[in-house]
Write a protein of this length. Sequence first.
Length: 170
Amino acid sequence: MEYKCESIAFPLLAAGNLSFPKELALQVAINAFSKFLLKHEMQIYLVVFDRNAVVLSQQLFHSVKSYIDDTYIEKKSLEEYGISDSELYDEKLIHLREAMSFRRRAEVAFAIALELNLNETKDFIGKAGYALTHSSKFDIIIEYFLLEGNYNSFEINETLFAFGQPLIGA
């Protein structure tokens, strides 16, 4: 802030050669960044050197994975009907869905910032013409965090990243 920087990059401190547990280092960094960002506006980049360092903790990762496995419709549709979700839509609908995706993610990010519960979030984004669906891993991950009452956008984005999904606010 002293140098009026708009962004800064931090490495995951001590988690390399010093063998500090990566999950704990990540949690410490996320907590510090969260406190800082409540008072200041700045883009913060967390530098990690392997994908494993991004996973918040094995327990959270496995818990979210289990929730996805239990609720993800595309996998079940493929098993039951032999077709994937993307095959159910023509090309024009896919492009429209992708264009609306950014706006919908912004609505979800706003609902998370307001710390709305799952029903309030569904109502909120529904008023903008959007919905959460079990045919989207992104939506299932968001639903998981809302059900857990966890509104930490850093943890949500780290989890979305770990599952190859677009980030909120990105």
